[in-house]
Design a protein around this ligand. Structure first.
Ligand code: G3P
Length: 216
C-alpha cells in the first residue's frame, strides 16, 4: 500500500519524506487554509520534497474554470496531480485533463457509482472519504470494498486512494480491503508505530542493559 501524507505542513512532510515513508501528498482547500500559507508556494515546496504525486485542488466549479486553474497548477511541477470534485463538471475536467496526460485525483467520493464514473472519466486516483461516511453511520470500508470489486471486474487502473482517514484501524482495514493508497494525516501515520508491548519490552531491555554496566 502506498502512503500519501494528507497535509500542507512542510515540516511534517519533510520528516516523512526523509524517512522514505512518503509516496505522495494530498492537499485540499481546508488544509491550505489551516497552513495559513500561499497555495502555489506550498505546492511548489512540497513538490521539491516529494517525488510522487502531489494533489492540488481546483476551486472553480465549472469545467472551463477548472481547466484554467489546472493549467496554472500543473505548471508548478511535473508531479502535480489535479484534484477535482466528483461533480458532472469535475468529470468533464477529469476527462480533458487525463486526455492531455495530467494525473487527476477525483475527490469527495462517497459511493461506488461515483467511483465508477471517475474511472470511466480517466481518473488516476479516486478518493473515497472513509471517515466522513463513518461519521454518518455508513461503513466507509464497505465502499472501498465495492469500488475494489468493480475496478477489478473491469480492469480499471484508477487507484483507490482511501481518504478522510482518522485512525490506525482505518489504515489497516483500507489495506485489507485492497485500497491502493491511503492518504493519512501525519499524526495518524505516526500512530501506526505504537503498541504498548513495544514500549514495555523496550523498557525491560533498557533496564536489563543498565544492569550489565556496559556502554556502547
Ligand atoms: O483527504 C481528504 C481529507 O483531508 C478529509 O479528511 O478528516 O476532513 O474528513 P477529513
Amino acid at each position: 500500500m502506498k502512503f500519501f501524507a494528507d497535509t500542507a505542513e512542510i515540516k511534517e512532510i519533510a520528516e516523512l519524506a526523509e524517512m522514505g515513508l512518503l509516496d505522495g501528498v494530498t492537499t485540499n482547500p481546508s488544509l491550505i487554509a489551516k497552513s495559513g500559507r500561499d497555495f502555489k508556494e506550498v505546492v511548489a515546496e512540497i513538490c521539491q520534497l516529494v517525488e510522487g504525486p502531489v494533489s492540488a485542488e481546483v476551486i472553480a466549479l465549472d469545467c472551463a474554470g477548472m481547466l484554467a486553474q489546472a493549467k496554472d497548477l500543473t505548471a508548478i511541477a511535473d508531479n502535480v496531480a489535479i484534484k477535482v470534485p466528483l461533480t458532472w463538471e469535475g468529470l468533464k475536467a477529469c476527462r480533458a485533463l487525463s486526455d492531455q496526460g495530467t494525473m487527476v485525483n477525483v475527490t469527495l467520493c462517497f459511493n461506488a457509482n461515483q467511483a465508477l464514473l471517475a474511472a470511466k472519466a480517466g481518473a488516476a486516483f479516486i478518493s473515497p472519504f472513509i471517515g466522513r461516511l463513518d461519521d454518518m453511520g455508513i461503513d466507509g470500508m464497505e465502499v472501498i470494498e465495492e469500488i475494489r470489486a468493480i475496478y477489478d471486474n473491469y480492469g480499471f487502473t484508477t487507484e483507490i486512494l482511501a481518504a478522510s482517514i482518522r485512525s490506525a484501524n482505518h489504515v489497516k482495514f483500507a489495506a485489507m480491503a485492497g485500497a491502493d493508497v491511503a492518504t493519512v494525516p501525519p499524526s495518524v501515520l505516526q500512530g501506526l508505530v505504537k503498541h504498548p508491548l513495544t514500549d514495555k519490552g523496550l523498557e525491560g531491555f533498557m533496564a536489563d542493559w543498565k544492569k550489565t554496566g556496559q556502554s556502547l
